[in-house]
Design a protein around this ligand. Structure first.
Ligand code: HDD
Length: 713
């Protein structure tokens, strides 16, 4: 009888394990009903006679079917598609000068975390590869209560006020009449809305950039977006922006790859995260903060409370304060990843809000959404949501209540219960909101300091490398090319002229728009009925920073090739030595080398040894790999060089700027490719040592391979 393990082990965090006392794997146990009655027949319904109708009294059938009928919960209204993992956060040192948050206290202190990554627009079953923002939400199970940092992989947002969030999401989600297209912003309603909302221009630049096509969750940055507050023991407050910096560096996919991967493996990012953790290549990020003293609130040429602005790192450097490592996959997707409930309002002492009107609105939305998604007010009792800090209060009852509160009292003040639970003094860890002085009229309005919509959009575009700018132009041509309404296309191109004449010109060329007409005033259509539109028109501001290096993805390359996927094209008769040599070198550096062959099963090498095939050319594609190695072996190449799938595999890798290593006889296969028409192709290593290949793929892509785009695959 297999031993039944009640608790998934997490050696770092025994307290987290305590939250999972309900785990159940059934091994070695008899099957039972939910009442614990042992089941004798789970194959047949209870019938009136061998060929008769099913009897209503079949309680086992009814219980099983009823549970099945209700086993889905509403998907998240946004960020429905995602994947998560457990891990820990380790503090780099004492941050008490700025915050009293305990988990950022002493050096080396570890706090368990659960992190969920997601796309925003697609439904739960949609492709991971949509051009979209990625959610980056981290729950820290601190000793002072759960702290959630619910961010994205882009540091700004589309809108400035939460009031517009339902409109934004309605515009980007599939259109209401036919529920098309899925997980795509390339359609009329999205661009109709965006072209009327100049405040979205900075975010649009990010979404049209390669940031929207991450190679992997572990290769993207994360941002808290809003300005938050740190508060120290003395009650002094500081503005703070949060950053997650991936240790692996920031890398992206090309749009052509993303579209093809959507067909080949729509779970690409989820699988990548899962496999990396299973293989011990734990994804890591460093947490960074930009801290601004209270007195410096107004020293910038943008408003710190405006979520469409970032603080250029040239103005306030990012200070690294800790590291997050994701080292354990969920035991059960539904129980953990699906049921986790994040909320930007889950705070610990030492962290507080700013008055960013987008953040303020989010503080309402998240609990509200959990009520319908998780079915009632007790979602905090679901294991993945339970804090490791003890919970004591007078909240009682409600759907699916788990806690059995003992005693007589559920109110405060009380004498019968000895006045418990009592209120904690600040010195005992009681949370006290930062005492910000507020004065003013009760108004619905947008601050005039929020009216600069283009300076940072411009800054972002200007800070990209030429390759990245070209990708943005292509992205806009694609997105707007899918828009049916010519009015919307033209209005959008007109709007782009305010960001960059150059950008607008190139996009217009692709769309056949000539001449470009600047949109008629008002440019901004998001103003109240009685307002003077002029008060809402964009203000021209010149950014004090003209170029910010860190805004280019290429500025944050990682070290090494940990977690990269390398395809080795081989079949029977492959040269045993070069195959082994390369495999070893790649494995030593933490990359995954997979044998791709003309058939599944196993192949025999030149020494007669058997090698397990990971995929046949039928079940995989070049777009799922970061680089390709073709070892020699005359027999192997004799077969492969006649195989159109093998030729296409290499050509496609070339098209996507990937490094390719060709050894010995593999030259015959190379000669069959389109790519070989270039006599001195960049990034193709002929008969070089494995170490040179490892070093090359550390760069990920060879972007200056000018002829890559001409490959017709
Ligand atoms: Fe949100 C989910 C991030 C603006 C309302 N949001 C959600 C998730 C992330 C973000 C990562 C998924 C969490 C998970 O994995 O379960 N949202 C952001 C960021 C924003 C933002 C970085 C802007 C800076 N969100 C935003 C606004 C509102 C919401 C303005 C509404 C006023 N977001 C929600 C929500 C969701 C959500 C409807 C859906 C599922 C959930 O909360 O749990 O409440």
């Amino acid at each position: 009888m297999a031993e039944k393990e009640k608790t998934p082990k997490n050696s770092e965090n025994p307290k987290i394990d305590d939250l999972y006392m309900n785990t159940e794997d059934g091994s070695g146990e008899a099957m039972t009903t939910n009442q614990g009655l042992k089941i004798n027949d789970d194959q047949n319904s209870l019938l009136a006679g061998e060929r008769g109708p099913t009897l209503l009294e079949d309680f086992h059938f009814r219980e099983k079917m009823t549970h099945f009928d209700h086993e889905r919960i509403p998907e998240r209204i946004v960020h429905a598609r995602g994947a998560g993992a457990h891990g820990y956060f380790e503090s780099y040192g004492d941050l008490s000068e700025f915050t009293k948050a305990g988990f950022l206290g002493e050096k080396g202190k570890r706090t368990p975390v659960f992190t969920r990554f997601s796309t925003v627009a697609g439904f739960k079953g949609s492709s991971d590869l949509a051009r979209d923002v990625r959610g980056f939400a981290v729950k820290f199970y601190t000793e002072e209560g759960n702290y959630d940092l619910v961010g994205n992989n882009m540091p700004v947002f589309f809108i400035q006020d939460a009031m517009k969030f339902p409109d934004l999401i309605h515009a980007v989600k599939p259109e209401q009449h036919n529920e098309i297209p899925q997980a795509a912003s390339a359609h009329d309603t999205f661009w109709d809305f965006i072209s009327l909302m100049p405040e979205s221009m900075h975010m649009i630049m990010w979404v049209m950039s390669d940031r929207a096509l991450p190679r992997s969750y572990s290769m993207m940055e994360g941002f808290g977006v809003h300005t938050f507050r740190f508060v120290n023991k003395k009650g002094e407050s500081f503005f703070v922006k949060f950053h997650w910096k991936p240790v692996a560096g920031t890398y992206s996919l090309t749009w052509d790859e993303a579209q093809k991967i959507s067909g080949q493996d729509p779970d690409f990012h989820r699988r990548d995260l899962w496999n990396a953790i299973e293989n011990g290549n734990y994804p890591e990020w460093e947490l960074g903060v930009q801290i601004v003293a209270d007195k410096d609130e107004h020293k910038f040429d943008f408003d710190l409370l405006d979520p469409t602005k970032l603080i250029p790192e040239e103005l306030v450097p990012v200070k690294l304060i800790g590291k997050m490592v994701l080292d354990r996959n969920p035991t059960n997707f539904f129980a953990e990843t699906e049921q986790i409930a994040f909320h930007p309002g889950h705070l610990v002492p030492g962290i507080d809000f700013s008055n960013d009107p987008l953040l303020q609105g989010r503080l309402f939305s998240y609990t509200d959404t959990q009520l319908s998604r998780l079915g009632g007010p007790n979602f905090n009792e679901i294991p993945i949501n339970r804090p490791i800090a003890p919970v004591h209060n007078n909240q009682r009852g409600g759907l699916m209540r788990q806690t059995i509160n003992t005693g007589q009292t559920s109110y405060h003040p009380n004498n019968i219960g000895g006045g418990c639970p009592f209120q904690a003094k600040m010195s005992e860890g009681g949370f006290v909101s930062h005492q910000e002085k507020i004065e003013g009229h009760k108004i619905r309005a947008r601050s005039t300091s929020f009216m600069d919509h283009f300076s940072q959009a411009k800054l972002f575009f200007e800070s990209q490398s030429k390759v990245e700018q070209d990708h943005m132009i292509e992205a806009l041509r694609f997105e707007l090319g899918k828009v049916k309404s010519e009015d919307i296309r033209e209005r959008m191109v007109g709007m782009l002229t305010y960001v960059s004449e150059e950008l607008a010109k190139h996009v217009a060329e692709g769309l056949g728009i000539n001449p470009i007409t600047k949109p008629e005033e008002p440019l901004n259509h998001s103003f109240p009925a009685d307002a003077d539109p002029k008060d809402y028109e964009p203000k021209e501001v010149k950014s004090s920073v003209q170029k910010s290096e860190k805004l280019s993805l290429m500025a944050s390359n990682g070290k090494g090739i940990k977690g990269r996927m390398i395809a080795i094209l081989a079949t029977d008769g492959v040269d045993a030595e070069s195959l082994e040599h390369y495999k070893k070198a790649l494995k030593n550096e933490g990359a995954e080398a997979k044998i791709i062959s003309s058939h599944s099963g196993s192949i025999s090498d030149s020494n007669g040894g058997a090698i397990k095939v990971d995929h046949s050319l039928l079940t995989t594609a070049s777009v799922l790999f970061d680089a390709v190695f073709v070892p020699g072996g005359s027999k192997s190449i004799e077969i492969l060089h006649k195989n159109p799938d093998a030729i296409r595999f290499v050509d496609e890798a070339y098209k996507h700027y990937k490094f390719i290593a060709i050894n010995g006889d593999a030259m015959r296969l190379w000669d069959m490719t389109y790519a070989s028409k270039n006599a001195s192709p960049k990034g193709v290593l002929f008969d070089q040592d494995a170490a040179a290949f490892v070093e090359a793929i550390g760069q990920h892509r060879i972007w200056d391979r000018e002829d890559a785009a001409r490959i017709p695959v």
